[in-house]
Design a protein around this ligand. Structure first.
Ligand code: SAH
Ligand code: SF4
Length: 373
């Protein structure tokens, strides 16, 4: 497969351009086209000599994602389903500012990006893993989600766009889409370095949250990275009994090991960890789970994001009613744990990761079957 231009760092491009006897300033011109102007084709790069554009074209691809469908409107959560070069589909979700959650100003946007096609970890409640794992996304496929959304946004009539001083629409990134980010470690880190670089996406590392279901060796590896990404752990259970029931990864890395890795991460980075805790009726929402959860939270100086479960078609799990959700939050607060209850904005548009892809692929298969008959 041809390397995509957006997997190369500035240093790698500098070496490549030197090999082509191109002056160094051409690298910055190219980067400006790729990341500030979000060029979608080589032909747009009019200040690069034709011969250089041809060399680039012959040696690298410049892929953008094709929008298959979009759900949601400008002031709510919007979900994008992309088709990749090989026909695989992944999702990104654009979430308008939620000052209560992230403390940002109200013109801010968070983008949730995918890192794999499908997921191998098979958490019992999750749509992303239902059809298994297909492949890792490349670094450029990860970061192109940001640029494809921004390119789409720039084309919208003014009423749909928020006036902004910066050229960037996306201010915060959460790596919480389809896939287990830390199982695609190298591509993820290459992508995030490019998104973070001043010559690339220019998104501060502190504005990038990586979510993991609990891959202990990779959490330890991430702790050694110089960049200060935020870390979120999909905990969903405060005891091995509960986690074992819904997250197969817990059998490989049980809570004791996960907590030890988080403690080390915390002490090396000095950063607060977030626990994601989906509330699933009758599975992890009983008040007796609140005590061990609060204990873990305080031990790690973490905070808890409680997320009412989003129903997935074909799976038996349900979200607890609001009284039960509030009672769980109150029980955590009584134990002096820091917790927020996030009532999902995207509930109505299949916001839970992996659902839109699953539904669309099913509809496409059905349409093909009808066409074939
Ligand atoms: N694989 C990583 C990141 C992607 S999942 C991880 O598991 O952390 C992002 C978050 O969405 C995780 O916390 C996951 O548990 C949660 N999630 C998955 N299915 C969900 C559903 N149906 N309702 C609510 N949250 C869900
Ligand atoms: Fe994979 Fe995360 Fe879904 Fe678990 S919750 S199946 S790790 S995407």
């Amino acid at each position: 497969m041809v390397t995509d231009i957006k997997t190369l760092t500035r240093e790698e491009l500098t070496t490549q351009f030197a090999g082509w006897q191109q002056p160094a300033y051409r690298v910055d011109q190219l980067l400006e086209w790729l990341y500030a102007r979000r060029a979608a084709s080589w032909d747009e790069m009019t200040n690069l000599p034709k011969a250089l554009r041809n060399s680039l074209r012959q040696n690298y691809s410049l892929h953008t994602h094709e929008l298959v469908s979009k759900q949601g409107s400008a002031d709510t959560t919007q979900k994008f389903l992309w088709k990749l070069a090989d026909g695989s589909m992944v999702e990104s979700v654009l979430i308008p500012a939620n000052p209560a959650l992230y403390g940002e100003a109200s013109d801010r946007h968070t983008l949730c990006v995918s890192t794999q096609v499908g997921c191998a970890y098979g958490c019992k409640f999750c749509a992303s893993g239902l059809d298994g794992w297909k492949r890792n996304l490349s670094a450029s496929e990860i970061i192109e989600q940001v640029f494809s959304v921004e390119r789409w946004h720039a084309k919208q009539p003014k009423a749909e766009s928020t006036p902004k001083t910066s050229t960037r629409l996306v201010d915060n990134l959460v790596i919480m889409g389809m896939g287990e980010p830390l199982a695609n470690y190298d591509n993820l880190l290459t992508g995030l370095r490019i998104l973070n670089a001043p010559w690339g996406g220019g998104i501060g590392a502190r504005k990038i949250t990586i979510s993991t279901s609990g891959l202990v060796p990779q959490i330890r590896r991430l702790a050694q990275e110089p960049l200060q990404f935020r870390l979120a752990i999909s905990l969903h259970g405060a005891t091995d009994a509960v986690r074992d029931r819904i997250m197969p990864v817990n059998r490989k890395y049980p809570l004791r090991e996960l907590v030890a890795a988080c403690e080390d991460y915390q002490s090396i980075k000095g950063r607060m960890i977030t626990f994601e805790y989906i509330l699933i009726a009758g599975v992890n929402d009983s008040i007796d789970q609140a005590k061990p959860l609060a204990a873990l939270t305080k031990k790690l100086f973490a905070k808890v994001n409680l997320i009412p479960y989003n129903k997935v078609e074909g799976l038996p799990w349900e979200r607890p009613d609001e009284t039960a959700q509030d009672a769980f939050l109150a029980a955590l607060e009584k134990e002096k744990a820091i917790a927020t209850l996030r009532r999902e904005k995207g509930h109505d548009i299949d916001a839970a990761c992996g659902q839109l892809r699953l539904k669309t692929e099913k509809q496409m298969r059905e349409a093909e079957a009808v066409a074939g008959n």
